[in-house]
Write a protein that binds this ligand. Sequence first.
Ligand SMILES: [Zn+2]
Ligand SMILES: [Zn+2]
Length: 307
Amino acid sequence: MRYEHVYQSIFHPALLNRLQDPIRDVHELDAFPGSNSELGKMRFHNINLEKLGLKDYLKNSNNVSVEDSSEMLVDAHCHAYGFSIEELKKYKSIEMISVSEDLESSLKSIRISEEFSNIKPFIGLHPWKVPETPRSEVERLMKLCDSEEVIGLGEVGLDGRMGRSYGRQKEVFEKFCEIASEYDLPMNLHALDAWRDVLEILRKHDVEKAILHWYSGPIDLLEEIFDNEYMITVNPSVRIQRRHRKVLEEARMDMILTESDGPYQYRGLNLTPEMIPDLVRFIAEAKALSSEVVEEIISKNFRSFLR
Ligand SMILES: [Zn+2]
Ligand SMILES: [Zn+2]
């Protein structure tokens, strides 16, 4: 494989234009598949590969090329049951996790996953729904976790802005964590203004795989999230939400997934899976990578999350 192809497929054209002699620089770095060099120590024109989360990606990737950009797009947190069948047909080329908010939507997520192979059903009880949900329904949901169709739990978690019900939220969330740990199920979490608590509870129950969705929490927690091999999702709101954009800038590529959280209206944005291609472009620009490489890394992250 030619080096030009490799770096053209990895780095954003705007960045390549800034290099004086990219071919020579790339050779000197020797930072590409098949080389035994210590990538972590290298800097590619102020780009620290390790910090970007690209180190392992480059080491393990023997097929990085422009032609290999046929990865499926990923919507790792979507309330797919909220769309019509006609709409879902339009999203067939996107791998989706359909998170659920209560028993009814959990059953719907399972039902649509039988019709659409790109939809992975997660079942759960959204923290906003916890106060109004009778214990008997919580019990039924927990029993449902046992069924074969269920491949993960979500949307569950805590919302720190709902002070009064926080205790009950915690109680329910801990039960879901116990189940996730026991059945080895990945979790898709809502942790708004409760980021540290959620992380602590996940660890307490030895939950192995988790996504903190639409992460807009403290930057210093990112490292801890990564060390636990958990991931975060980036939402299209990153274009207008400053805190979220800061997260994108600081997070490593190997802990990022894309999501829409659709159908949802957020400050004038109509969030649907249709926004994912634009989101990929935005991430590519922010990370000075090509869209193809962002797609490829996210697809790889997604596979390892569901493994
Ligand atoms: Zn949420
Ligand atoms: Zn959601």
